[in-house]
Write a protein that binds this ligand. Structure first.
Ligand SMILES: Cc1cc2nc3c(=O)[nH]c(=O)nc-3n(C[C@H](O)[C@H](O)[C@H](O)COP(=O)(O)OP(=O)(O)OC[C@H]3O[C@@H](n4cnc5c(N)ncnc54)[C@H](O)[C@@H]3O)c2cc1C
Length: 417
């Protein structure tokens, strides 16, 4: 831990920025200076681009950057999951090779976890990794891989041992995406967007030194990624640019980076039901006059308010040092699904058949139609509603656990091929 006082940090950051911050630099040049200066990720260890700051100390740095319109390091999409996982579980060589270009934005990353036959049951994955002549040869298919079509690297879980129970036979790799054995195919969704990909690996190669955490220890490494993902509230978070009317080359290049990185998430507000549109549309269309519709709107708003209060209470608990994170996360995730579904129901009451139309004359220029076909995604992504209910019943209500038929060597477990 770094002992600097908050006042000293304020003085030092401002002096460093006076000396180094220049909005006319290229984005890459600026970020190299920022990373080498140790102010990019001050909560990271000093050995790896940080200053051993606490979250409170780091918040001071973030506030000053914000006030002065300073462009931060690259932090969009799955690259943050990769960075935090490598930082927590990688060896020094992996940290030295991979962290810097993630922070500067030179390398983008994707997450290669889900498979057609293993989503809820991620540990049932069957992508195969075999050590041949000192290199790992990978064969299998991944799916739902956000941003894989422009990723340089992927964090990958694959099975290295089929003769031990399923969690014990998994290993975690860093794979280069631009190689002949890796084929990325974009998936077109029913709402017209294409945020995800399928990734096919056929004799793809991973160098021996890009195995993270040791052979057979991949489940522990993957859990680190998943816990970080939960803390972030999902990879599916878009980033706004720097606030304020700032000018210079670095801003133009940063905006361009954000436009590309945020593209897969443009429909994410719609999948949450767009509760913000409900009251204005009910007034505009006159639907607010109908008592049955009003009742459903009131129900929706109460549910939303209740969920946001519950989430604030969970956050306060977290800040006070409690580790009741998983139940709070699962309850919040389930609440978001229920609210989104109720919002879709209310939108149809307000707009009736018009809710299904897209195009210039439709409800909110097609946004309401997009809500209706995007809402089902929230009940699946990041763990389905049923899985959240299982977690709540087993871990919060301490009800009996589900019967399991998947113990013993993975090779003998019945599964869809
Ligand atoms: C919009 C979206 C974004 C996504 N983003 C990502 C991503 O970025 N990265 C990634 O790796 N994956 C991603 N996914 C994949 C997602 O994690 C999986 O789709 C999800 O975990 C469900 O897995 P599955 O599709 O294989 O369904 P299955 O696991 O096959 O489930 C099928 C049905 O069976 C039910 N079910 C399964 N097991 C149980 C059980 N034990 N008890 C009761 N019911 C059960 C499920 O609830 C579901 O209704 C995304 C999915 C969506 C829709």
């Amino acid at each position: 831990m770094n002992e600097m006082s908050l006042d000293d940090i304020t003085g030092e950051v401002n002096a460093w920025l006076d000396e180094n911050w220049d909005p006319n630099l290229s984005l890459e040049d600026w970020r190299r200076i920022l990373v080498d200066g140790g102010w990019a990720t001050p909560h990271w260890p000093s050995q790896f681009f940080g200053r051993d700051f606490t979250l409170e100390q780091s918040a001071v740095v973030a506030r000053i950057f914000n006030e002065r319109g300073v462009v931060p390091v690259a932090q969009t999409g799955p690259r943050r999951l990769a960075a935090e996982t490598i930082l927590a579980m990688g060896n020094d060589d992996q940290k030295s090779r991979y962290l810097r270009p993630i922070l500067t934005g030179e390398h983008s990353w994707c997450q290669l976890f889900s498979e057609p036959g293993s989503g809820s049951d991620l540990a049932g994955l069957s992508t195969k990794a075999q050590l041949v002549d000192g290199r790992w040869i990978i064969n299998g298919q991944k799916v739902w891989n956000t941003s894989a079509h422009h990723a340089d690297y992927g964090i990958l879980v694959a099975r290295t041992d089929w003769d031990v129970p399923k969690h014990q036979g998994i290993s975690f790799f860093l794979i280069h995406m631009h190689q002949p054995g890796v084929e990325v195919r974009p998936l077109k969704q029913m709402n017209g967007h294409a945020s995800f990909n399928e990734v096919f690996m056929t004799d793809a190669v991973v160098a021996a030194e890009d195995l993270v955490g040791g052979e057979g220890n991949g489940w522990a490494v993957a859990k680190t990624t998943l816990s970080y993902e939960r803390r972030l509230g999902g990879v599916g978070r878009s980033f706004g640019g720097v606030q304020g009317d700032w000018r210079g080359r670095v801003y133009q290049e940063y905006e361009k980076e954000l436009t590309i990185a945020n593209e897969p998430y443009t429909w994410y507000p719609q999948r949450q039901g767009r509760v913000d549109l409900v009251l204005p549309r009910a007034r505009e269309t006159g639907a607010i006059q109908d008592p049955a519709t009003r009742q459903e709107i009131a129900r929706l708003i109460c549910m939303q308010k209740g969920a946001s209060l519950a989430s604030a209470a969970a956050e306060a608990k977290r800040k006070s040092g409690s580790n009741e994170l998983v139940p709070a996360g699962s309850i919040g995730k389930l609440a978001a699904s229920v609210i989104a579904r109720q919002a879709a129901h209310v939108h149809t009451l307000i707009s009736s058949a018009d809710a299904m139309r897209s195009g210039p004359d439709s409800a909110e220029n097609g946004l309401v139609a997009e809500v209706l076909i995007s809402v089902p995604a929230i009940s699946i992504a990041g763990g389905t509603d049923e899985i959240q209910r299982n977690i709540i019943s087993e871990r919060v209500l301490t009800m009996p656990k589900e019967m399991r038929a998947d113990t013993g060597p993975f090779r003998d477990i019945k599964r869809n091929e």
